[in-house]
Design a protein around this ligand. Structure first.
Ligand SMILES: Nc1ncnc2c1ncn2[C@@H]1O[C@H](COP(=O)(O)OP(=O)(O)OP(=O)(O)O)[C@@H](O)[C@H]1O
Ligand SMILES: [Mg+2]
Length: 381
């Protein structure tokens, strides 16, 4: 059964919008000129290492903190100075902050009972039943918080926020306390829940897999700044710089400098002396002969073969490398390889290539190649 607690507004007005937002704590700059919008019904993740300003950004959306400079808008209305309890948002904290002395239904109904005028008892009961069904906790009404597992407590925290029908649900590392398996289950549940209720979600995480698998768009942060914001695919295929490429998935990086900028590709001379043809991940005109760059090659884009003749004709590089290590990952095998010039790098080989051929052995010499589209040239910033 599909519940519709809130309908995304038909207009294109962003639900949340930051314009030139800064947050300073004395000399610490926690947020630096943040400019971004969240669209109705969108699932946005803020991703970045510890201390990069994720929670600070969320708290400014919620109204627990005010910007030192710049504007925060909710549904087109400037909300600077508006306290948290008067904003149409709800926040779920990492440590759920549930009331231990109340049972599950009283925890969930807490927000509704605080409203003025207070809704009828009948209405509250009906809403509790709907929400418990939504988070799959029917029959748990009378339980106490300490009688629940971590995942169940997480669901109560979500239910308590959702019952207020917020325009935006802010989630600060909501799954961090859960073990890996439960975490994966809750990620899927949270994603389904978001689709069913249509509420805009902003999720804070430092787990890249979590951000990439759940979100419509991911906002990558560093030192209080937004480095890049885009769909998971965008970030993976067209990272703006080395920081993003490194943060989103695994990559091999080879350092070098631009030798020549051509019409649609760039020749890079790697520090090991090898020159390869690459494509730029950002606009061509940002690259100039002589500038320092990194060339990123995703492990799955390397082609491995026992026989050189099996390599495609149009490769930008062909080399022989020794297998240093091999890890079976089910569908794929990951190889750590070493080439005299390039040094060590990773390759990910799909299983079907190994059906006709046996997997490569440790210390075996293999032929390696990749195409121009596989080698992305990245600036350091
Ligand atoms: N109340 C405060 N007073 C002073 N400094 C603060 C305060 N809150 C946050 N900071 C600082 O601002 C920066 C950003 O903190 P924030 O909590 O937003 O990081 P985060 O990205 O959420 O990190 P984490 O992943 O560890 O939760 C950090 O350097 C932090 O020490
Ligand atoms: Mg935080």
């Amino acid at each position: 059964m599909k519940h519709k607690l809130a309908t995304p507004s038909a207009s294109d007005t962003p639900v949340v919008s930051f314009s030139g937002v800064w947050k300073r704590y004395g000399v610490i700059v926690a947020a630096r000129d943040l400019n971004f919008s969240v669209q109705p019904g969108e699932f946005l993740s803020l991703l970045g290492p510890s201390g990069c300003g994720k929670t600070t950004s969320l708290r400014m959306m919620a109204g627990f903190d005010q910007p030192s400079e710049g504007e925060v808008y909710l549904e087109g209305e400037r909300v600077n100075g508006v306290p948290a309890y008067r904003r149409p948002v709800n926040m779920v904290f990492q440590h759920y902050a549930l009331f231990p002395h109340l049972d599950i239904s009283d925890n969930i109904a807490y927000g509704l009972r605080q409203r003025s005028p207070r809704p009828s008892g009948e209405y509250i009961e009906k809403r509790i039943a709907e929400i418990l069904q939504l988070v799959r906790l029917e029959g748990f009404e009378q339980r106490r918080i300490w009688e629940l597992s971590g995942g169940q407590q997480q669901r109560v925290a979500l239910a308590r926020a959702l019952i207020n029908q917020p325009k935006v649900l802010l989630l600060d590392e909501p799954l961090a306390a859960l073990d890996r398996k439960l975490r994966r289950e809750m990620q899927i549940e949270l994603q389904n829940l978001q689709r069913n209720v249509g509420i805009t979600f902003v999720l804070v995480t430092h787990d890249q897999e979590e951000a990439l698998s759940m979100s419509d768009r991911v906002c990558i942060m560093r030192d209080g700044e937004i480095v890049q914001i885009g769909s998971p695919l965008d970030l993976y295929d067209r990272p703006k710089n080395k920081y993003v490429a490194d943060f989103v998935g695994k990559s091999n990086f080879f350092e070098g400098h631009v030798k020549q900028v051509n019409a649609s590709y760039i020749d890079v001379q790697l520090d090991c002396g090898v020159t390869i043809s690459t494509v730029p991940s950002v606009e061509m005109d940002q690259h100039h002969a002589g500038s320092r760059v990194s060339v990123s090659v995703r492990p799955e884009q390397l082609i491995l073969a026992r026989d050189e003749k099996q390599l495609p004709e149009d490769c930008v590089i062909k080399l022989k490398a020794r297998v240093l290590n091999r890890i079976f990952l089910g569908e794929h095998t990951e190889y750590l390889l070493r080439d005299e010039s390039l040094g060590e790098f990773l390759a990910l080989s799909p299983r079907q290539n190994e059906v006709s051929e046996s997997p490569f052995e440790t210390s075996e010499i293999v032929h390696v190649a990749w195409g121009r589209e596989a080698s992305l040239v990245l600036g350091d910033d």
